[in-house]
Design a protein around this ligand. Sequence first.
Ligand code: KIV
Ligand code: ZN
Length: 524
Amino acid sequence: MSIDHPSFGRIDSNRVIIFDTTLRDGEQSPGFSMNITEKLRMAHALAELGVDVIEAGFPVASPGDFDSVKQIAEQVRGPVICGLARTGGREDIQRAGEAIRGAERSRIHNFISTSPLHMKYKLRMEPETVLDLITRGNQAARQFTDDVEWSAEDGSRTEPDFLCRCVEAAIKAGATTINIPDTVGYATPEDMVRIFRMLLERVPGADGVILSAHNHNDLGLAVANTVASVQAGVRQIECTINGIGERAGNAALEEIVMALRTRQDVMPFSNNIRTTDLLKLSRMLATITGFDVQPNKAIVGRNAFAHESGIHQDGMLKNAQTYEIMTPESVGWTKSSLVLGKHSGRAAFRDKLAALGYGDLGENQVQDAFVRFKHLADHKKVVYDEDLVALVDDEQRDHARIRFIGLDISGGSRRPSRAELELEIDGETRSADVTGTGPVDAAFNAVRSLFPHEATLVLFSVGAVTEGTDAQARTTVRLEENGKMVDGQGADTDTIVSAVRAYVHALNKLLVKRARTEPEALTA
Ligand code: KIV
Ligand code: ZN
């Protein structure tokens, strides 16, 4: 059976809509905030990837959130652009409606909690009040767009009878997509199958709307729950690149898409994702947020296609299918192992960047990265792919309020450490000459003297990008200010320079975060 949808027209019964919430649920987790330029970059790349819906943000949350949803709605073509709103929030639906106005196709996604626990303690509302708000909220959203999604927050822990009544009210009030989130990551695949089958059996009109799954990963079951939901009749999946999101994150887009593609034998469903872009999106997000995925992460982790043991390597040489269920190329890994050295020219450099997923860099960015690459190649015999990724990522982080210019460090076991640091702050170059108990302390004191702030350093870690003593150091710095946490990253062959770059990156992210205020749970 097919469904008539306001944004997608007639949808075939085996078509799965990919709803990406990297810029909303993903962005609201600690350390993952993005500025408008970064969000726009991600949104354009998500559109190229082929997602059907981009949840661009929560417009009522702050003027910055409103602006980024508005700009994405005005500039990004292809996917439906969606703004989040609380069902009973005073201004939420109005603000969401205004923010998405410029979109080619737009959606308002409104949500309210329906579980006994959330209604009693968070909302302090009676179930009948919640039901009434669902009717009013969805009707209000339909004044702005025909494409309205409603979510039962904490839906997986909601009483079945009440969930059916809520869904029925939402459909009657005009919702065209019904999303049942496992907000706290508590459900099992069987729970999700039971819930969606129940809705399809018991709620009038449920087979005429799109049912949607939104699973959190607290028990590591988000992808399994999503896949099970699709098998139970869900035709929209909400997911994020690299699985980022509240707490343990959301279901990872790349994992779900590849599960559906690889297991067509048991899940004959289609979607519009260009899978060869998956690695590029993963890396772009890691660059922007400063969070790498773990090496063993499915699909996009460094080891996802690495075969280490002799037995596996032997099997692979005889027939790749012995240990490979999908090809690395199908998700964007390139076979090319061309490494660059100091005699490599700009053309080879540009080709390499394109192969690594950085084909969209502007002329100036390529030029800046090329200058840094030449400098790196003078220090390091061979520049590997990982070196280039670290270098370009670092270069892209530089376009912010505070920029690293240069650092000289002296010290050792016989004399105090001293840092001479130069930063550009809001376009003005400033320098400091400061001492400390060690080189990191001196360098960080210098940052604090040039840009005074109250944030505390809560995490400092250093790793090597590649092997060898000439390897680049990759540093992560976590800062905390008034309960807000941000992570910054930096890379350089000099460990202290890498640390200062990471500190500066974290400060820039903190400045973005300071501008945001979190909305209350709900004010009806
Ligand atoms: O996890 C959740 O319940 C949500 C809703 C706002 C959809 O993110
Ligand atoms: Zn969520």
